[in-house]
Write a protein that binds this ligand. Structure first.
Ligand SMILES: [Zn+2]
Length: 251
């Protein structure tokens, strides 16, 4: 199990809750010394163009230059995690800004570039995989990821339904059971559905179980290839524990 991390993810590039001071540090504190950390390289604009328009890239560069810079590093982190997964070791990209609200030509909800979508699309374009599954456990629907892959039968995006703990786990199980074939599974790992976060629903142990279910799915269908990227999660008091809980099931 590897944690993909760069100290520049701690930089406060915007005034939104995902960019809040101390957020990434709270996660690092829980993981440091327990897992191996690896440092990614920044992505380049060619990587961004795998899923985004030049118009969107220029818009971010012009209006949010620091977010653009850290955003390239976040995309690079997701790519690095996907490469580690291809080498049959699970990886967690401890990155920000998040990405699942980034569509081809626009973004919102604290997102700029779609980290997970770019990582998957890069593997596909390089001929390393054909089919992929993206499981989104964030509180919010990843409209960006859904838009990017809409009409593409080779990449299945699924946002796990909420309302209750039981429904969440059940929905995840039913979805994973419905997939018959895939070459890699990625998790858009948001932790804002926790009982002490915005969603007020899940317990830390539910993230562990979700991680375990995805791990078992990967071992059954795609030679264990799996990686996760950080999306939401805003209560710094519990975020690190939830990430650690997820990783313990996922590894
Ligand atoms: Zn969210």
């Amino acid at each position: 199990m590897k944690i993909v991390y760069h100290k520049r993810y701690c930089e406060v590039y915007a005034s939104d809750p995902a960019a809040a001071p101390g957020r990434i540090e709270a996660i690092v504190k829980e993981l440091k010394g327990k897992f191996e950390f690896v440092t990614p390289q920044p992505a380049n604009e060619e990587d961004l163009r795998l899923v985004h328009t030049q118009n969107h890239i220029e818009h971010v560069k012009r209006n949010a230059p620091l977010a653009f810079e850290i955003g390239l590093l976040a995309v690079g982190g997701a790519i690095k995690a996907s490469e580690i997964a291809m080498n049959k070791e699970p990886a967690f990209a401890l990155i920000r800004p998040p990405g699942h609200h980034a569509s081809p030509d626009s973004s919102w909800g604290f997102c700029y570039f779609n980290n997970v979508a770019i990582a998957i699309e890069k593997l596909r374009r390089n001929g390393k995989i054909e089919e992929a599954v993206i499981v989104d456990i964030d509180l919010h629907f990843g409209d960006g990821t859904a838009n990017i892959f809409s009409g593409n039968p080779n990449v299945i995006y699924h946002h796990v339904a909420d309302n209750s703990r039981e429904k969440f786990i059940n929905d995840l199980k039913i979805f994973l059971d419905s997939v018959k074939k895939c070459d890699i599974v990625a998790v858009s790992a948001g932790f804002d559905r926790h009982e002490m976060d915005w969603g007020g629903i899940l317990k830390t142990e539910d993230y562990t179980l979700a991680g375990k279910l995805v791990k078992e799915f990967a071992e059954k269908l795609c030679r264990g290839r799996r990686f996760a990227v950080l999306e939401g999660g805003y209560n710094h008091a519990v975020l690190g524990l939830n990430v650690k809980g997820f990783i313990e099931g996922f590894m």
